[in-house]
Design a protein around this ligand. Structure first.
Ligand code: ZN
Ligand code: ZN
Length: 156
């Protein structure tokens, strides 16, 4: 499958690594070889989707979620051309984990109101109690976000 993907995306490098990821700076997709026969092939298609769409950066967590959705759409097209299919349930689970993550970051640590992110920054402002908080910067690093992932909330 890697060979097929190299044919489709000759300007991208595929490297074995610790996890599935797309690095826009280096134009490298890393993958874990021992998972490639299982769910890993879907993750690989997903990361290739990011690469094909030339995803580089985003202004907000919401934009990142939209890019995640777009990468899965591209991955589905790619799967079709390779005669594969991706479990829709798997895609929804991955996207749900992002939606949960977005919800956690956007919930005011002071009063619990769901709030909006300030443009071009990792800060959110609460329109209810006017608290502002900073969240950790995020990257294209995984198709699935675990609940265990620690979010740093710093009130500012
Ligand atoms: Zn608040
Ligand atoms: Zn992704």
């Amino acid at each position: 499958m890697i060979n097929e993907l190299i044919k489709i995306m000759p300007d991208i490098q595929f490297h074995p690594g610790e996890r599935f990821a797309w690095s826009p700076e280096k134009r490298i997709i890393t993958y874990t070889p021992d998972q490639i026969e299982a769910d890993g092939r879907w993750a690989l298609l997903h990361e290739t989707g990011h690469a094909m769409l030339n995803h580089k950066s985003y202004k907000s967590d919401l934009e990142l979620l939209k890019m995640e959705m777009a990468a899965w759409e591209k991955a589905k097209e790619l799967a079709l051309t390779l005669g594969l299919s991706i479990s829709e349930e798997h895609i929804q689970q991955c996207l749900d984990s992002y939606r949960d993550w977005l919800h956690r970051r956007s919930t005011c640590p002071s009063c619990g109101t769901n709030s909006i992110q300030n443009d071009h920054s990792n800060t959110y402002s609460c329109f209810n109690c006017h608290a502002r908080w900073q969240v950790s910067p995020s990257r294209f690093c995984r198709a699935y976000r675990t609940r265990k992932e620690k979010e740093e909330f710093v009130l500012i």
